[in-house]
Design a binder for this molecule. Sequence first.
Ligand code: NAD
Length: 390
Amino acid sequence: MSSKVRIGIIGSAGLIGNYHANLLTDNEGPWRLTALCDINADRLAEQCRQLNLPGTASADELVARDDVDAVIVATPHPMHPGHAIAAVEAGKDVLTEKPLGHTPRAARELVKAINRCRRIGGIHYQGRARPALMKVKQMIGAGELGKLLCIRVSGSYYKSDFYYSLGGWRGLWDLEGGATLINQAPHDIDTMCYLAAESAPAELIGRWTNLYHRNSQAEDIATAAGAFPNGVEFSMNFSVAMHGDPGRFEIFGSAGAVTMIGGEITRYIRYEQDLIEFCRQYGGPNPYGAPQVAEQPIPEVGEHDKTLLHRCFAEAVLTRKKKKLLVSAAEGLWSMDVINAVYLSSHLGKKVKFPVRASQYDKMLAELIANAPQVERGGADSAAGMEAKF
Ligand SMILES: NC(=O)c1ccc[n+]([C@@H]2O[C@H](COP(=O)([O-])OP(=O)(O)OC[C@H]3O[C@@H](n4cnc5c(N)ncnc54)[C@H](O)[C@@H]3O)[C@@H](O)[C@H]2O)c1
């Protein structure tokens, strides 16, 4: 292989496919974008003209190209496993969009195929490259927050019915496998799993409902609470129905707590005594006695390198060292399982333990698809979606 990874994109002319194409062509790095693939003929033709690259409507053709070493999969999530598996079976490395797929079975098949074919497999959780997140992870690792107790996460990513009319797959149980939980929330869910335990939770109880969206069959709000195998508790609430509330993380330890809003650290506090020690030692007389809270300066963080995830992926490909990945595809199973567990828990009306059982999930999804309400399909021009910014 040359000193640059030659990359092809499947789903290149969509919202995020176009973002990848621009990122790779606008920034210098150990990569070269060599081929495009999309079934939207008009948008693909325009993209090929702008970037002066060859294009095809066939994913099989793209993965078979000699001038492609690695493939970015940017199609709707139920297609990620099929496209990623085709890539690795053709001997290419793969960077898939999030989430890994739409069911536990499909997501696991994707990860197994990467391992079976001995390829490098990453997932595009680019939020992991945010300096504030790296800082908080380092603070937790260094014990600055004491024993990690609980993470509360919420995010509102308002979307209109117009958004759900784009692309013909959004918010449909068969073509998207859900709505806000599986599309907008995965980044925050991944962050929660990464900070809490670097694993999926042990169990959760969740519910979802659709408050007012007519072009979506699935949830516009979802809530869950549970615990990780290491005992860290969590609660989460995600919605496309509420607005004006950027993603918020509150990370509580026995020695201190950190708040992140909109991807930045906005508050850091420490307690004059460890909460657990105080709890066990304090003998009164104040019934409400608690350690003093000391506000701390907001920790300094570095510059945000928006190409870091692609850089790490390319280096992993060039060196054949999967440890160089910023986020491996296998780590994508943490968030995938959380998403699937919330749908399943809401459907069953009870707690779900991890890993989510594939057969139980497939049965639930078949029922949701069979009973899904007819939704309005607007005549919106999906080309408008190309204007979205990340
Ligand atoms: N990491 C992020 O921040 C981020 C942001 C947006 C979307 N995404 C993810 O990216 C994926 C795509 O989302 P989007 O919003 O870009 O959707 P989109 O509908 O805008 O783009 C999907 C593209 O795939 C193409 N496509 C569909 N079937 C195809 C096939 N068989 N072969 C080739 N091309 C095909 C479509 O024509 C379309 O251009 C989703 O899984 C979504 O969750 C990730």
